[in-house]
Write a protein that binds this ligand. Structure first.
Ligand SMILES: Cc1cc2nc3c(=O)[nH]c(=O)nc-3n(C[C@H](O)[C@H](O)[C@H](O)COP(=O)(O)OP(=O)(O)OC[C@H]3O[C@@H](n4cnc5c(N)ncnc54)[C@H](O)[C@@H]3O)c2cc1C
Length: 476
């Protein structure tokens, strides 16, 4: 009997090894789409399950409420998506995304305007629905990928011996068998409840919430000439309201407003305009004034940094991974979520290419956590400086916060190296060790001794006769 059982077991293992790996990715946001791209190929069957009916053109959808708000795609994120889906950048640009260089942005930091006119990092600016549309179009065309939209996942069950590792239960229809499930259902992930139902110990969470409010409105510029590729008036702990304006496809601009604590930007158009006018510089307001609003003001309030420490859960079940916002979500003001999700997908792709085996999930989760570590440190060390954030910074967070402040100060007095270094680390293409390169330490010491020199002047934002017309328009 035992000999037969062992033979059966070996037979089953051999059959499983020969069978194609069934990967079910939950959620077709950018994290899920990137995870599906990472898993596709090599005969794998990848099912991407999404509760929304996915639009066949770039349009906001209910499952991604943040889609109407302005998104910045960090340089590292664009590189990562390109690596997952070669040709993505060209396709996005052909679809209308606007190319710009971070070295040309009009950027008002905590201490003044950053230097402009020196190339730093190329970016593409586009609405979130357009980016998602281009990514999903590519993912749908990958071998073995099936997108099941209009399908809400209602539960997740462990499979039995000889069967799949998991059963994914849609709200309607037959359960889906999976050898590997990747949860990418975002901030509202129900994974904690599904794990509890499967008898798995809960994961600890870390949270830093500066209680930021975010609002945005789209504008058509109708011939107004904008002299810069984008404007940022950064919020600071002393003045926790900020603004940002970036071009998107179709000749339009997205204008965003952020405020922490009691100064959140309002939804009503007059209040939104007044909020922009009240920023410490009117650069963003000028641009908005020069344009014609297209659509309503959209607001979003769920912006805290939150991570689930699934990698620490003992007895973590085989065949289950989590990435994107479902694992670690960031304050959106730092523009990191898409990049982290795409980089986690690259980690997944490498692990699958090396021959993933059940039992390696916690190691992989730890690698995802490593991807998110620097962005988490950047976001939380900044947010903990706000009065509206609960919590005390650790020594590392406090030191990182103080030193980046010093580099911002140097940049606003014309130090191009400080500006470029902060940009490289912020865009996740440079090691944080760059922040302490000798040239910067020497510059900081020199500035402490001899002063920082004159601050840089504000750049022109809306140029020529249009600027005058726009400014006049504001007096109407
Ligand atoms: C206001 C705001 C602004 C932001 N700005 C930026 C920015 O500038 N730059 C940046 O990089 N990031 C930004 N982010 C974060 C960014 O949107 C996310 O980090 C990124 O999109 C990855 O998210 P995700 O795919 O993990 O989750 P989501 O984008 O939330 O996608 C989750 C998907 O899962 C689906 N889903 C959920 N539950 C189920 C279910 N039960 N069954 C089936 N499907 C389900 C949802 O419908 C959705 O499609 C911002 C976020 C917010 C809130």
């Amino acid at each position: 009997m035992r000999a037969t059982g062992a033979a059966d077991g070996a037979g089953r293992r051999a059959a499983r090894a020969a069978a194609p790996l069934r990967v079910v990715v939950l959620g077709a946001g950018l994290a899920g789409a990137c995870a599906a791209a990472a898993a596709a190929g090599h005969g794998r069957i990848v099912t991407l399950v999404e509760r929304d009916e996915l639009p066949d053109a770039p349009r906001p959808r209910p499952g991604v409420p943040q889609g109407r708000l302005l998104h910045v795609y960090l340089h590292r994120g664009l590189l990562a998506i390109e690596e997952l889906l070669p040709g993505f950048r060209a396709e996005l640009e052909a679809a209308g995304a606007v190319a710009l260089d971070t070295g040309d942005l009009a950027w008002l930091g905590e201490f003044g305007w950053a230097p402009t006119g020196r190339p730093q990092l190329p970016l593409l600016s586009a609405s979130r629905p357009l980016v998602e549309h281009v990514v999903l179009r590519r993912v749908r065309a990958l071998p073995g990928v099936v997108v099941r939209d209009g399908t809400r996942v209602a539960g997740l069950r462990r499979g039995g011996p000889g069967g799949p590792a998991w059963w994914v239960d849609p709200a309607e229809g037959a359960p889906l068998p999976a050898d590997l499930v990747v949860d990418a259902t975002g901030r509202s992930s129900r994974l904690p409840a599904w794990l509890a139902a499967a008898g798995v110990a809960p994961a600890a969470t870390s949270e830093v919430d500066a209680h930021l409010g975010y609002a945005a409105r789209r504008y058509a510029l109708d011939g107004a000439r904008v002299a810069v590729p984008g404007v940022v008036v950064l919020q600071t702990p002393r003045d926790p309201s900020g603004g940002i304006a970036l071009p998107v496809e179709g000749g339009e601009w997205l204008v965003g407003a952020t405020g922490a604590g009691g100064v959140r930007p309002p939804r009503d158009p007059a209040g939104f305009d007044a909020f922009l006018e009240g920023l410490r510089h009117d650069a963003v307001a000028r641009l908005a004034r020069a344009g014609r609003p297209v659509g309503d003001v959209v607001v979003h309030r769920q912006t805290g940094n939150r991570r689930h420490h699934y990698e620490r859960v003992r007895g973590w079940p085989a065949g289950l991974l989590v990435l994107g916002d479902a694992l670690c979500a960031f304050n959106p003001v730092y523009g990191q979520g898409v990049t982290v999700a795409a980089c986690e997908a690259l980690v997944l792709r490498r692990a699958l290419a090396r021959g993933w085996r059940p039992g390696q999930e916690r190691r992989l989760l730890r690698r995802f956590v490593r991807v998110a570590a620097l962005p988490w440190a950047i976001a939380t060390s900044s947010d903990l400086r706000y009065a509206s954030a609960e919590g005390t910074p650790t020594r590392v967070q406090a030191a990182l916060g103080r030193w980046t402040q010093e580099l911002d100060r140097l940049a606003s007095h014309g130090d191009a190296l400080a500006s470029a270094t902060v940009a490289r680390v912020y865009h996740l293409v440079g090691s944080p060790l760059l922040l302490v390169r000798p040239g910067l330490l020497v510059a900081a010491l020199r500035a402490r001794r001899h002063g920082y020199g004159p601050a840089l002047p504000a750049p022109h934002v809306v140029a020529g006769p249009d600027e005058i017309r726009a400014a006049r328009g504001s007096d109407r």
